[in-house]
Design a protein around this ligand. Structure first.
Ligand code: ATP
Ligand code: FE2
Length: 331
């Protein structure tokens, strides 16, 4: 079975095509085009205009890459939420149009669940992980328990990626600032204390962001502040992930989201996993960031487990929570 998935929750527009090889995912194409704001943050309407402009071209590119044509597609899936309304609507509209034209089934999927399932789908050893999902807008610690993906912990204010990008904007680093902060942090030598905020199982970063900005206004070295931001935020994320693993007795941890590219975060989480005799997994980069292949794969998994959707049911849901999904396929 071949599924085409459309991702459009935020500034990236992605079209992925997957097929199944027994129970695993074979990615045939995964084309991603990212909206770069001329300056400042993402304006949802402008990001959506970008998606509309490139929708057709990216679908064609994905088909070409997979050596397929539209009639070869058996199923269409799209990111139904959570995300920015105007962006979600463009992806959903493209998916509905394709499904109706081709007369093929349509399925809307939860973006956060897709980040976890692509790990399970493409890494055979990764069967029952706790996911540390760290992207721009999202920061969640997710795991399967009693029929659903449960959010064991999440950010109470901004996502870790947004925290890095906002700090980057303050010190004139171009968006996305995460990779530049990573490079600067590698040259840092002195740790400057920053708020380490964990409340229950949740984390918060806005106090830390303000603290980091104050150090900069007091002319502390940028490389040391980048180092201190990474050490503090990543330690908090690793701590909560470890507590979720201990609570659920899971022996696997999976990273997802754009911030999963960061080598310092990987090292910290891997060290924690090693100490617990647990396995550590990261999907390849194009499957970590927002992408259509993960949407296609989750659409396929849900479809073969009997999930169906009418056009009427395909309305987007900006606040589609991870634990709203009935997970009938987990094994
Ligand atoms: P979502 O809509 O799911 O929240 P997103 O639109 O923010 O995701 P992603 O591609 O998953 O998109 O993540 C982008 C984020 O990842 C940006 O905030 C960027 O700064 C951050 N990032 C990318 N590479 C690195 C890195 N090496 N270190 C730290 N952060 C990184
Ligand atoms: Fe994402």
């Amino acid at each position: 079975m071949i599924c085409l998935g459309i991702e459009g929750t935020a500034h990236s527009y992605g079209v992925g095509i997957i097929t199944n090889e027994k129970k695993h995912c074979n990615v045939l194409a995964n084309i991603i085009h990212t909206y770069q704001p001329p300056q400042g943050g993402i304006h949802p309407r402008e990001a959506a205009n970008h998606h509309v402009t490139y929708a057709d071209q990216i679908i064609k590119e994905a088909l070409t890459h997979a050596h397929l044509t539209l009639p070869d597609i058996d199923l269409i899936s799209f990111s139904q939420g959570p995300g920015l309304g105007p962006c979600l609507r463009t992806a959903a509209t493209a998916a509905r149009a394709l499904a109706l034209t081709l007369n093929k089934p349509l399925i809307g999927v939860n973006h956060c669940v897709a980040h976890l399932e692509i790990g399970r789908g493409t890494i055979p050893a990764c069967t029952n992980p706790i996911l540390l999902y760290v992207s721009g807008a999202n920061t969640q610690i997710i795991g399967f328990a009693e029929g659903k993906y449960r959010v064991f912990g999440e950010t109470l204010d901004i996502g870790i990626g947004n925290c890095l990008d906002k700090f980057g904007r303050y010190v004139n680093l171009a968006f996305p600032a995460g990779p530049k902060i990573e490079t600067l942090a590698q040259q840092g030598t002195t740790y400057y204390p920053l708020p380490y905020t964990i409340k229950g199982m949740d984390v918060a970063f806005s106090g830390l962001l303000t603290g980091a900005q104050q150090y900069i206004s007091r002319h502390k070295p940028l490389k040391d502040i980048c180092y201190s931001i990474q050490e503090t935020t990543f330690a908090a994320l690793t701590e909560v992930t470890e507590r979720a693993m201990a609570h659920t007795e899971k022996k696997q941890v999976l990273l997802g989201g754009g911030v999963a590219s960061n080598t310092r975060l990987r090292d910290m989480v891997k060290t924690m996993a090693d100490e617990r005799h647990a396995q550590f997994f990261v999907p390849r980069k194009d499957l970590c960031i927002d992408n259509g292949a993960m949407i296609a794969w989750l659409g396929y998994v849900m479809h073969i487990h009997g999930h169906t959707m009418t056009i009427k049911q395909s309305k987007i849901n900006q606040r589609y929570r991870t634990d709203m999904v009935e997970v009938t396929w987990y094994a």
